[in-house]
Design a protein around this ligand. Structure first.
Ligand code: SF4
Length: 489
């Protein structure tokens, strides 16, 4: 039998710190560690590092890649800071004020109902239980995010939660944000003035130019959803300025969902966002399950098609930044905050362990408490796996200590997952047990074979290669700007 000899790099383990590694482009290697530190090396440098013959660099020692001279306590402190969210408690509380919606978007994976289905409105009694439960969170910061259906169809529930949580907070002293995700087709000036007066952040859905937006986001026959969005973005932005608010902090943000028709229109989409002064275009892919499966053959695409689109769009966004525009891509900005700053943005879907139940919780209109908005979708399909209980009776310890929450944490803890535990991307990545469950019936799934893995791996590689090939530091200056958050207070 023929024996195959695999090339083995020579290794001087006693000189090395703990790190993971991967080849990000031919001849270029990234090494990373749990503190989120990283360094890019040529193949010759990488071999020399492993062999213990690399010329000692301050950065390799400081970042903990070389054992001699490393400050382990300082490194441990950096790991602690990166994982600050562990044990903080849920900060994101997604409240479905109603399932009623006047639109019927092609990709909608929420369980929407028609406008006459008033029984799918959240009652004020349930809204009170939701606030009582949410405010037991040990997190000093809370964000109530209003979703639907179209949440403004049950505006009374939004008003109640904002006012009641403010009242309760007189004794709690937390920092609380309220954020509304609206399609703007149920907006009027009375609601708009109330939202501004009560500092509710407003975010809309904007999928691109008129024809694309209206095709994705079906409204009643003869109506133009895009015109409504344009009208209200202009109205709110003008009103913020009239009231003397800083337009860099107070303006309408937007969410985009990528469908097959978006793929060829990335320039038009980005140009529209720039023209509206929206500084973050989040190129979110579709979730190929739930209600979107009905229309997948019209709106769907392969992972490879999405990633090709993403790369082109990211290049275009960078090109605009180099010309002086200020616009960033949402997922790239999240990864860059992890790569370029000592902190972690605590985005509940891209962290290890995932924030399902420990970083965020969703409350259905009927008071059902679920690990996430997608868990609510699974519940609507008849599967209660991600339901934690009912707001009326669930206690906070029962919620965060629920067996499902624990299972999701285990299934998303990258350090213990084969394939992920040795991946260079582990300090920045996050996996989605619910997606695995929907695709394979198992919350663990085979991560390296999933679309999310391909997406996160591609994004990390793209960003690292751009930072590696940046002789004048222009890309680094732009990426540093994408990591800056300015609190509205
Ligand atoms: S999901 Fe993929 S990219 Fe992320 S850590 Fe696991 S193997 Fe790496």
């Amino acid at each position: 039998m023929k024996t195959i000899e695999l090339p083995r790099k020579s290794l001087t383990a006693e000189t090395l710190g703990f790190f993971r590694f991967g080849e990000i482009s031919p001849g270029r290697w990234v090494i990373t560690n749990d503190a989120g530190e990283w360094e890019i090396l040529s193949t010759a440098e990488f071999d020399a590092l492993l062999a213990g013959t690399i010329e000692t660099r301050e950065s390799l020692t400081h970042k903990g890649f070389l054992r001699t001279g490393s400050d382990l306590d300082a490194l441990a402190e950096r790991v602690r800071r990166k994982k600050h969210f562990v044990g903080k408690g849920p900060h994101l509380h997604m409240v479905v004020t109603t399932l009623r919606c006047n639109q019927d978007c092609r990709y909608c994976h929420a369980s929407r109902t028609n406008l006459d289905q008033v029984q799918t409105d959240m009652s004020l009694e349930t809204a009170k239980k939701v606030v009582d439960l949410a405010m037991q969170s040990t997190s000093p910061y809370l964000c109530f995010e209003y979703q639907g259906g179209e949440p403004t169809v049950n505006f009374e529930a939004i008003k109640f939660i904002v006012e009641y949580s403010r009242e309760k907070n007189r004794y709690e002293g937390k920092t609380i944000d309220h954020s509304l995700v609206t399609n703007f087709t149920w907006m009027d000036e009375e609601k708009a003035e109330w939202l501004i007066a009560n500092d509710v952040l407003v975010c809309t859905s904007l999928d691109g130019p008129e024809e694309l937006h209206n095709w994705n986001r079906t409204w009643r026959k003869g109506s133009n959803a895009f015109e409504q969005v344009m009208r209200w973005i202009a109205w709110f932005n003008a009103r913020y300025i009239e009231l003397g608010r800083d337009p860099k902090l107070w303006h309408i943000d937007a969410l985009l969902t990528t469908t097959r028709r978006t793929l060829s229109q990335y320039r038009e989409v980005v140009d529209l966002y720039v023209s509206l002064g929206i500084r973050n275009v989040h190129l979110r892919p579709l979730n190929p399950f739930g209600f979107a499966t009905r229309t997948w053959k019209n709106i769907g695409y392969t992972t490879a098609e999405y990633l090709a689109f993403y790369e082109q769009a990211l290049d275009y966004i960078l090109e605009l930044n180099l010309q002086g525009e200020e616009i960033m891509e949402g997922t790239a900005a999240l990864f860059l905050k992890k790569m370029l700053t000592p902190d972690d943005p605590n985005f509940v879907d891209i962290r290890s362990p995932i924030g399902a139940g420990t970083g965020g919780v969703a409350y259905n209109y009927d008071g059902a408490v679920v690990t996430s908005d997608e868990g609510r979708m699974v519940l609507a399909m008849g599967d209660p796996l991600f339901k934690l209980g009912d707001a009326a009776s669930l206690t906070y310890p029962e919620m965060v200590g629920h067996p499902t929450v624990k299972a999701l944490a285990v299934a998303s803890y990258l350090d213990s997952l084969p394939g992920c535990s040795t991946c260079f991307n582990a300090p920045w990545c996050g996996v989605r047990p619910l997606h695995n469950y929907m695709h394979t019936g198992d919350v663990f799934g085979q991560r390296p074979n999933t679309a999310k893995c391909a997406e996160h791996m591609t994004i990390a590689r793209l960003l690292l290669n751009k930072l590696d090939d940046d002789p004048d530091g222009d890309v680094r200056r732009i990426f540093d700007r994408w990591t800056v958050d300015r609190p509205r207070q």
